[in-house]
Every structure is written in structure tokens, then in C-alpha cells.
Design a binder for this molecule. Structure first.
Ligand SMILES: Nc1ncnc2c1ncn2[C@@H]1O[C@H](COP(=O)(O)OP(=O)(O)OP(=O)(O)O)[C@@H](O)[C@H]1O
Length: 620
């Protein structure tokens, strides 16, 4: 094969690859757009219909105006030489009145269409937020703890509303322009098909530049997602109450403001340099369009002077050419916006299509309704998704009905990870968790979680009323008495001292709210846990903010409370740990000791070491 043949073949392979890529891209664009349209239709079908009808009307009206202008100009120019001016006016005046009516109609429909778009946007935003919220609450915990997922979530949350509304606007804009352009095209082709073709071709560079810029903007945004999240994070640090104390104490304000500014400057710089390039190229593309318009204008004027067309035709064609370019620009601009938006909406679809790992099994087994007799951890090993460090290795232990067990160990030993596995927030990598011999993986996660109540170490504090804060523990049983749960958590006394008692709003986010102390918030969270009345109660660091008296009181009640249940307590306070029936000592993800307080103390091992360290610090 000759060199030139080989070169030709290479070029044709590249070309076919390029065409295939474009084809694949086009199919993806069509898929995303049709999915977006279905989404829009499912949320706002009636408004979409109204919007479409008003777009059709708005698309036709300008052409009527154009034709009327031609009739008025022609009548006026023939009227210049006409002897009977009255007859000319009697023809022109109705035409002007009709043109005015059309102008009023156009203005009215434009406002109406604008209003419908605003209504549709807000309905669409609410509908989309509902979909995102629904999906968010059903995602597994791992989703929130993984960087890539965080990026997808961020893009879905912050881009989708704007993008989906713009898709709608673009489609309306394109639809309107297509209708108008159809009529203008008939007028222009009747004048000169070649001129029409030249004008059409002059808009192609503009379209290509827009499409290329859209792809670049999308690529840049993808790259910038993590930095955008960082920027928001620093903004949150500077503006939220959570960090307010430390920011002041350590005088961290300017440190974080600088960090925020540095990121924003980088982001802005990258974006502006892209927009600058786009603007320069777009200005060049305008040269083609202007040359095409004025070239055709010259041709129209020559035709008029030579008597080929009337002055009315001249005005109509010239305006028609300008309108044509305007509509083509609007269609191409709309199409490139659509292209860009569907790229971004791809993030939304990725987010919506994410299949959680923790799902309801095909035929879930029923959770024992009358409570269970024992839970067994059978050689459970676990590492967090995306990491290869075993945070739990071959962990085995049991909890029987009526038993309180305690998990102790240094920070990072793996105690809270055990709780997350028990709550079916993650699955073990190896080993099993058995409830009366049934693997908890075979339960419906929501069904299983109904049987457990957990006070997390980083419990949530809701800026709602006291009653709501406690009732959130079990929304399926609104009949339960909130006060009973509050008493068990030793929270009833301070609640009754609040101005509106159980109806007092907590926190200081909203007007009339009462801010509580950390220990009081913890007691509210404890009350919420007790309100659930579950078969397995897990308290992760329940006494970290409790005073000694409250701790003693609560745990006396707690022992009675869990007499026919099972309980796990995780704590660094030995006063809390000692009341457990059995204690498991964890060290670097392994159970290294187990037994009662006395048995463990006598072993003189890790437990004794930790116990002594704490006891010594209490020596006077
Ligand atoms: N979401 C996560 N992703 C990756 N690693 C994690 C995650 N959460 C915890 N870890 C790691 O797992 C290990 C065990 O953490 P875990 O929270 O279970 O410890 P712990 O015994 O409860 O500690 P503490 O007493 O401080 O509460 C730690 O090394 C921690 O860094």
C-alpha cells in the first residue's frame, strides 16, 4: 500500500471515529433532552401546554405585523401619486388599526407568556426539589461520606433547578422562533432562495462557537465542583452559628475569608477567561452575519430601483432578513443552551439513577415482632467504601434479651462503626450479623430500623418545638406520651420551666426560640430515643454532656426500661460502663477482652489500664 493510501486510510479512520463520536454524543443529547422533557411534563403538564399555545401565537404575530407593514408602505407609496387621497387613507387607516391591534395582542401575549413561564418555573423548581429531597433521604449513608458522590449531589442540587428552567425557556424560545422563521422563510425564498441560503449559512459559525463553548463550560464546571464545594464550605464556616464561637475566640475570621476569596478568585479567573474567549469568537461570527444582511440589503435596494419589487416589498424583505437572522440566532442560541443544559442535567440523572447498595431484598424476611432473643455478631469485618483499612476485623459478640452490653475502647477503635452496621447503614465486608439466626441483610432496612433506637454521638438538634423534637423518635406512633419519654431522660423539669413548656421552640434560628445548653439538648435527644420504645436501644456516648447527677438518675431509669429489651452502651465514662452486664473492649477494630467489670478489672489488661487512667485523674 502506498504512503498516500495509508495516510488516506488513517484520515478516514480518524474521520469515522470522529463521526461515530458525534453520533454517540447526539444520541446521548437526545436521550437526556427527552428525559428532561418527560420530567418537565410530569411536573407541569398543564402549564407546559398553555406555554406552548401562547408560544405558537407569539410565533405567528410578528409575521402578521411584517406583512401589514408591507401593505401599509405599498399603499402609502402608491398613494403619493394618487389623485384621491381620501380613498388612500380609507385603505391605510384600517391597516394601521389592525397593525396596532396586533401590536397590543403581541404585547399582551408576551406578558402572559412571561407570567406563565414564571409560574411554571416555580412549580418546576418545587417539583424538582421534591424529587431531589425524596432521593436524598433514601440514599445510603455512604453516599454522603464519599467525595465523588458529594460532587454529584452538589451538582444535582445547585445546577438542576436553574438548568431545567432554562431548558424550558430554551424550548419555548426555539419553538417560537421556529414558527416565526417558517413564515419568514416562505417570504424570503419567494424573493431569492440563494440570498436565503447565504443568510442562513452566515449564522453557522455562531452556532459552532456556541456549541464548542458549551462543552468547554461544562468541562470546566465539572473540574471546578470540588473547589466550589470548598468555597461554600468556607462561606458556611464564616456565616454559621456552629463555628461562631471558635471563629471569635481564635480570631479565625480573616483566615477563612482569605481561603474563601482565594478559591473564588481562582474559580472566577478560570470562568472569565473562558467567557472572554467565547466573546471574542462570537464577535468574529457577527461579521459574517452583518456582511450577509447588508449584502442582501444592497441586492434588495438594487431590485427596488430597477423596479423588480415594490418599496413595500423592499421594507418587508429587509425587515424579513433581519428577523430571519434574529430567529436563527435565537434558535441556535437556544440549541446551544439546550446542549449545555442537558450536559448538566446528566448530573441530575446520574444522581437520580444511583442505586443504593442498601436496598430492600427481593423477598425480605419478617423481623421478629415480639422482640428478639439474641443478636449475634459473627466474625464481622468491615472497611468503609473507598478505603482498604479494616476498621473492624473478625468481631464476634452477642447481645441477649434483657442484657446491657458496653463497648469500650480508645478513639477510632471501631465502636461507632459497629452501631452503623447494626443500623443497616452499611453492610459488613465479611461475617454476619444475625437476629435470632436471621441475617439482618435479609430484613427490609426500614422495617428493621423500626425495632432499634439509637442515640448517636453526633445526635441532631432540631429547631422545632420540644414536643416535635421528641415525637420525631417515632412518627408512626403519635399516640405515645411525650412527657413519659422526657421524664425517662430527666428532661421534664427543665422543659416545664420553658415559657411554653412542650410547645416551646428550641434553638435560636427562629423567632421566639429557646437555646438550650449542650447537656439539655442531649437529654432531648435521649428522650427522642426513649420515645421510640424499641427492642434494641443503643446509646453512643449518652453521658458526654450530662452532669453526674443526671447521669446517675438516667441510668437507674434506663436499667428498668430495658429489662425486656437489649441495649448497647458506648462510653468513655467508666461510671456508665460499669453498669453493663457485659463489657467488650475494642482495640484497633478487634475485640481484645470481654467480661463483667470485675472480671475485666481482675485481668489487669487493656480495660484495667484505661480504667486506672481515668480513676487516677479523679484522685484528690
Ligand atoms: N465515614 C467514614 N469513612 C472512612 N473512615 C471512617 C468513617 N468513619 C469512621 N472512619 C474510620 O473508622 C475508624 C473507626 O471509627 P469509629 O467512629 O467506629 O471509632 P470509635 O471507636 O467510635 O471512636 P470514638 O471513640 O472516637 O467515637 C476510625 O479509624 C475512623 O477514621
Amino acid at each position: 500500500m502506498s504512503n498516500s493510501n495509508i495516510r488516506l486510510k488513517v484520515v478516514s479512520i480518524h474521520l469515522s471515529g470522529f463521526i461515530r463520536d458525534i453520533f454517540v454524543e447526539l444520541i446521548q443529547v437526545i436521550k437526556n433532552l427527552s428525559r428532561t422533557l418527560r420530567l418537565i411534563w410530569s411536573i407541569t403538564s398543564r402549564l407546559t401546554l398553555v406555554n406552548l399555545i401562547s408560544s405558537v401565537i407569539l410565533g405567528i404575530l410578528p409575521i402578521c405585523s411584517l406583512y401589514l407593514t408591507k401593505l401599509i408602505v405599498d399603499t402609502a407609496t402608491t398613494g403619493i401619486l394618487a389623485p384621491d387621497k381620501h380613498q388612500v387613507f380609507s385603505l391605510i387607516i384600517p391597516l394601521v388599526i389592525i397593525a396596532a391591534i396586533i401590536a397590543i395582542f403581541t404585547a399582551f401575549f408576551r406578558s402572559f407568556s412571561h407570567y406563565i413561564s414564571i409560574v411554571q418555573s416555580s412549580v418546576l423548581t418545587d417539583g424538582l426539589n421534591n424529587i431531589i429531597h425524596e432521593k436524598s433521604v433514601h440514599l445510603e449513608l455512604a453516599y454522603y461520606e464519599n467525595k465523588e458522590y458529594q460532587d454529584t449531589l452538589h451538582r444535582a442540587q445547585f445546577e438542576s433547578n436553574f438548568r431545567i428552567n432554562r431548558v424550558l425557556l430554551s424550548i419555548v424560545k426555539i419553538g417560537q422562533s421556529l414558527i416565526s422563521i417558517g413564515s419568514v422563510l416562505v417570504i424570503l425564498i419567494s424573493f431569492s432562495p440563494i440570498a436565503g441560503l447565504i443568510i442562513f449559512s452566515s449564522t453557522i459559525p455562531f452556532f459552532v462557537i456556541r456549541i464548542l463553548s458549551s462543552a468547554k463550560i461544562y468541562a470546566l464546571k465539572q473540574l471546578q465542583t470540588e473547589n466550589e464545594r470548598k468555597g461554600r464550605y468556607f462561606h458556611w464556616i464564616v456565616t454559621s452559628q456552629i463555628f461562631a464561637k471558635e471563629i471569635r475566640l481564635f480570631d479565625l475570621g480573616s483566615f477563612f475569608i482569605h481561603k474563601f476569596n482565594d478559591i473564588q478568585v481562582d474559580l472566577r479567573h478560570e470562568q472569565l477567561s473562558l467567557h472572554k474567549k467565547q466573546l471574542i469568537w462570537e464577535s468574529f461570527s457577527q461579521i459574517f452575519m452583518t456582511a450577509a444582511i447588508f449584502g442582501s440589503f444592497l441586492y434588495i435596494v438594487i431590485q427596488t430601483v430597477e423596479g423588480g419589487i415594490t418599496p413595500g416589498d423592499m421594507v418587508m424583505y429587509f425587515m424579513g432578513f433581519q428577523m430571519f437572522i434574529g430567529y436563527i440566532q435565537s434558535i441556535f442560541g437556544g440549541m446551544s443552551d439546550l446542549y449545555q443544559d442537558q450536559l448538566f442535567l446528566d448530573n441530575l440523572f446520574q444522581f437520580l439513577d444511583h442505586v443504593p447498595e442498601i436496598i430492600v431484598p427481593p423477598s425480605p424476611k419478617p423481623v421478629p415482632q415480639e422482640g428478639f432473643n439474641q443478636i449475634v455478631f459473627d466474625r464481622v469485618s468491615f472497611s468503609y467504601p473507598g478505603t482498604d483499612e479494616n476498621v473492624l476485623s473478625e468481631v464476634s459478640f452477642q447481645i441477649r434479651k434483657g442484657e446491657i452490653i458496653a463497648l469500650v475502647g480508645e478513639n477510632g477503635a471501631g465502636k461507632s462503626s459497629i452501631v452503623k452496621l447494626l443500623a443497616l447503614l452499611y453492610h459488613p465486608d465479611r461475617g454476619k450479623i444475625l437476629v435470632d439466626g436471621i441475617d439482618i441483610r435479609s430484613f427490609d432496612p426500614i422495617g428493621w430500623r423500626k425495632h432499634i433506637a439509637i442515640l448517636f454521638q453526633d445526635y441532631s438538634s432540631y429547631q422545632l418545638t420540644v414536643e416535635e423534637n421528641i415525637r420525631l423518635g417515632d412518627l408512626n406512633h403519635p399516640g405515645r406520651v411525650v412527657e413519659t419519654a422526657a421524664k425517662k431522660a430527666d428532661a421534664d423539669t427543665f422543659i416545664s420551666q420553658l415559657t411554653k413548656g412542650y410547645q416551646s421552640v428550641l434553638g435560636n434560628f427562629f423567632s421566639g426560640g429557646h437555646e438550650l445548653s449542650t447537656g439539655q439538648w442531649q437529654r432531648i435527644a435521649l428522650a427522642r430515643t426513649f420515645y421510640r420504645d424499641a427492642d434494641l436501644v443503643i446509646l453512643d456516648e449518652p453521658s458526654s454532656s450530662l452532669d453526674a447527677l443526671a447521669e446517675m438518675k438516667i441510668f437507674e431509669i434506663f436499667k428498668e426500661l430495658v429489662i425486656d429489651k437489649s441495649a448497647i452502651i458506648i462510653s468513655h465514662r467508666f461510671s456508665t460502663i460499669m453498669m453493663a452486664d457485659k463489657i467488650y473492649v475494642l482495640d484497633k477494630g478487634k475485640i481484645v477482652e470481654e467480661g463483667s467489670h470485675r472480671e475485666l478489672y481482675e485481668k489487669n489488661g487493656k480495660y484495667t489500664e484505661m480504667f486506672r487512667a481515668q480513676a487516677d485523674s479523679y484522685q484528690v
